[in-house]
Design a protein around this ligand. Structure first.
Ligand code: LMR
Length: 333
């Protein structure tokens, strides 16, 4: 009898950890730097909803918005260390990972409009860039859209000469660094969470970003003039730690892939409207002046920024430039 009881107790004890493990949901920590009320913020929450639904609760997604957990650079380190499992950084921030080629997407006036951007990223260049990440232990799952950059300061930016001598915050890309430099301004890389204060205190004079980010971070409250220039595009790559991703049970991974596919469709379908609404809200606030370029003014910006293309070759390499050029049916030199 005693032996029998011992066996039961022992079996229960040994079984307990296995049973507990089987019942414990897999946790995905998804960290990002923007507000919930933006295309990326909403996309992350949509992924959470669908991932938990499609896996029947076997996966729990914890979304940490607004740099709550990590700032720009730290979150990439955290992903490599496995402290978080999922991020969606702007592709302008991938050089510290050792993949500078993503910066080709930051070339000024590269994408004519939203549709051109979307079509281009469905082609081979998007996959080619993701292959570059694999060597770094990172798997790219999807591209999320956030529209085009505006640019601002406490003075109107209408002519290229207006940029002369001004300090601009940039998010990380050397291509952006270059197009500000050729205009005679002084670019400075800074974490997204620090931009509002830097603008408010005058550490920098201006910045560039999309309407949804200007609105939710209140940049428009500390910038007197915003030019709705749409001179460069902001896109995200949703990325995971490859070891984590490949170690998932195949059925769960397939459900998560489906959740990501659906969340991506959702995010990319709302991005334009979110930014239009944000721009309307900024306009309505009356706290800043919006400027729109005439065709001739835009042309002058394009000509002034053009040397960035030649410079880019040394930074990102010819291969990615050729891929992008082919996708867009343009000549790059
Ligand atoms: C920025 O740093 O300006 C952007 O990349 C923030 C974001 O994620 O939209």
């Amino acid at each position: 009898m005693r032996n029998w009881m011992f066996a039961v107790v022992a079996a229960a004890l040994f079984a307990a950890p296995a049973a507990a493990v089987a019942d414990e949901p897999i946790i995905i920590k998804f960290s990002h730097v923007v507000a919930n009320d933006t295309p990326k913020g909403k996309g992350a929450l949509k992924f959470k909803e669908l991932a938990e639904k499609y896996t029947n609760g076997k996966v729990r997604v914890e979304v940490y918005p607004n740099s709550q957990l990590y700032k720009d650079k730290e979150e990439i380190e955290a992903l490599q260390l496995g402290s978080v499992q999922m991020l969606a950084p702007s592709t302008a921030k991938f050089a510290p990972l050792g993949v500078k080629e993503f910066e080709a997407l930051d070339l000024p006036w590269l994408f004519k409009d939203d549709d051109t951007y979307a079509a281009a990223m469905k082609g081979p260049v998007g996959k080619w860039l993701f292959q570059k990440l694999e060597a770094k232990g990172i798997t790219g799952l999807a591209y999320w859209d956030n529209g085009f950059h505006m640019v601002s300061a406490n003075q109107p930016l209408i002519k290229p000469a207006d940029f002369q001598g001004l300090k601009f915050r940039i998010s990380g890309s050397k291509i952006a660094d270059q197009y500000f430099r050729v205009l005679g301004s002084i670019p400075q890389i800074m974490a997204f969470s620090e931009v509002y204060q830097a603008l408010q205190t005058g550490v920098v004079d201006g910045c560039e970003n999309t309407p949804s980010n200007y609105l939710t971070q209140k940049f428009y409250e500390v910038q007197k003039d915003i030019t709705v220039s749409y001179h460069a595009h902001l896109q995200y790559a949703v990325i995971v730690n490859s070891k984590f991703w490949n170690g998932l049970p195949p059925d769960i991974r397939a459900q998560l892939e489906k959740a990501m596919e659906d969340a991506t469709d959702y995010t990319n379908s709302i991005a334009r409207k979110e930014n239009e609404d944000a721009l309307a809200a900024i306009k309505q606030s009356g706290k800043t002046t919006l400027h729109y370029l005439t065709d001739d003014e835009r042309k002058a910006w394009q000509v002034a920024m053009q040397p960035t293309y030649k410079w880019a070759k040394g930074r990102v390499g010819q291969e990615v430039l050729d891929l992008v050029a082919k996708e867009l049916h343009i000549q790059m030199n």
